[in-house]
Design a protein around this ligand. Structure first.
Ligand SMILES: Nc1ncnc2c1ncn2[C@@H]1O[C@H](COP(=O)(O)OP(=O)(O)O)[C@@H](O)[C@H]1O
Ligand SMILES: [Mg+2]
Length: 307
């Protein structure tokens, strides 16, 4: 059974299309990143998956079962939380877990010790939750989810608001859970945060998926750009237009920015420049970083602003 199969998911809030025809497949063993700027519809999608709200259209199957009809809490293999996990501040971390375990039909003390160990909280488990840092609360939230020994963990921006060390710890925790055989679907608005952890990602913008696949494929699909600086950009552009497999645009300062579909096309273009009497002052190659690609795909603007 596939951990997550979402088809044609739609959710509207008034005139805002928060989730716009989303398809999503998460395979067993994936650490799947659901990426997008603020307001892209990540939390809304994960809320639907967790059975907390109903979609306007589309279907969701988690291990073949329907969280919309049953509520994800009814699905033994699934756990997670959106935004901030809710706890009692005046109880200790451990007491909070005991209480949640009781509500869920009882969790043995050894299991509570186990999950506290897994998330790296055993030393602080007897302290009142009110004194926890945000990172500790997030980790306790994951511990609470793990009480049910889920096969699929759904987490909404678990690294949000953490400092760099906290983010590193969260990454290590998620990787560790994946090694234990848990499939993880988690959201983030920062590509850098998921880059080393996720094997697959979906990038969402204004509710729509704009890329789905491996980050390596995303890098490949955008390829490289070159810049050539010449004394005669006008003529250089004309040469580029006449060169097969080369696409160019003129930038400020006599620079031409171009793509070449192959090394041969690049060679032919530079030779053609020389033959046309255009001297090359410099030629540089730039590879887009993943962060560039992410911003290009999502237009680098908050979705809210454009809605
Ligand atoms: N309960 C709600 N009522 C009205 N609008 C909402 C509600 N929840 C989300 N939205 C809107 O839906 C869009 C997606 O929100 P959300 O899923 O929270 O995005 P993300 O988690 O990616 O930041 C936003 O425009 C947001 O304002
Ligand atoms: Mg959100």
């Amino acid at each position: 059974m596939v951990p997550v199969e979402v088809r044609g998911l739609v959710k509207r809030y008034g005139r805002v299309l928060a989730v716009d025809d989303v398809d999503l497949t998460v395979e067993r063993g994936d650490v799947y990143g659901y990426l997008g700027p603020n307001g892209a519809g990540k939390t809304t999608t994960l809320r639907i998956l967790l059975g907390l709200i109903r979609p306007d259209a589309g279907s969701v199957r988690l291990f073949g079962r329907d969280p919309v009809g049953e509520g994800a809490r009814a699905l033994d293999d699934v756990a997670g939380f959106v935004e901030e996990p809710a706890f009692y501040p005046y109880l200790s971390g451990r007491q909070n877990l005991e209480l949640l375990g009781t509500l869920d039909g009882g969790s043995p003390a050894v299991r509570i010790d186990e999950v506290l160990e897994l998330v790296g909280l055993p030393d602080r488990a007897r302290d009142r939750l009110g004194g926890y840092s945000q990172g500790m609360r997030q980790r306790l939230g994951i511990a609470a989810s793990l009480l049910r020994a889920p096969q699929l963990l759904i987490l909404d921006e678990p690294a949000n608001g953490l400092d760099p060390a906290g983010i590193r710890d969260m990454r290590a925790l998620i990787s560790g859970l994946a090694r234990e055989g848990i499939t993880v679907l988690y959201s983030s608005h920062l590509l850098g945060e998921v880059e080393e952890v996720c094997n697959r990602v979906a990038i969402v913008d204004h509710g729509r998926i704009v890329f789905e696949g491996r980050l390596d494929d995303l890098r490949q699909s955008f390829g490289e750009h070159h810049r050539v600086e010449t004394g005669d950009p006008e003529r250089a552009l004309a040469v580029a237009r006449a060169s097969p497999g080369v696409g160019a645009e003129r930038l400020e300062g006599g620079i031409l920015r171009f793509e070449a579909e192959s090394g041969d096309a690049l060679d032919a273009f530079t030779v053609a420049l020389g033959a046309a009497g255009v001297g090359i002052r410099s030629l540089t190659t730039e590879r887009a970083t993943l962060e560039d690609l992410f911003f290009r795909l999502t237009e680098g603007e908050p979705a809210e602003a454009a809605a």
